[in-house]
Design a protein around this ligand. Structure first.
Ligand code: SME
Length: 162
């Protein structure tokens, strides 16, 4: 059992620093990518407030394939360039979308999703996949979330790259 002392409603910079430390500890001795993505999804699901989906899509060829996640069942394959996740994969840039209904090509997996943050995971120049966070609250994600999720994926990238 893992016990983390994390204040999910505190300052975001502190929250993400705590989450990064927890993720580093959780994945330190484990080489299996699926296990590490699964625990990472559970960790962010538990400690980031106001999410209705949190998980991973893996880059395989020129598409994204669903990986470990928490939340409702989701679409399985997303071509690069399609939807918010596909845009993050194609551009290798984070996508922070305040209102997904205004994003052309948004793929609705859960009708309650209102905002979305997708962070590409890049290791040694290679796109490994993306972290996808959905929220039922419009404008849920801000620059602190983008910076924090980039920190988290900098920790996780090397531990899911095999
Ligand atoms: N909304 C995403 C699809 C994945 S689900 O949200 C889990 C998109 O537009 O890429």
């Amino acid at each position: 059992m893992y016990i983390f002392d994390i204040d999910k409603h505190g300052d975001k910079a502190v929250l993400y620093a705590d989450l990064s430390a927890a993720l580093a500890a959780l994945t330190a001795d484990e080489p299996d990518a699926i296990a590490n993505m699964a625990n990472a999804a559970a960790l962010v699901w538990e400690y980031l407030p106001d999410l209705n989906w949190a998980g991973f899509y893996r880059a395989v060829g020129d598409e994204l394939i669903l990986g470990p996640f928490q939340g409702k069942t989701a679409c399985i394959r997303i071509p690069f360039g399609k939807g918010v996740c596909g845009m993050a994969a194609a551009t290798r840039e984070p996508q922070c979308i305040a209102d997904v209904h205004e994003f052309p090509g948004h793929i609705a997996c859960d009708a309650y999703s209102a905002s979305e943050l997708v962070m590409p995971i890049i290791h040694e120049g290679r796109l490994i996949g993306v972290l996808d966070l959905d929220s039922p609250i419009r404008g849920r994600f801000d620059d602190a979330d983008v910076t924090g999720c980039a920190e988290l994926m900098a920790v996780l990238g090397p531990r899911i790259a095999a």
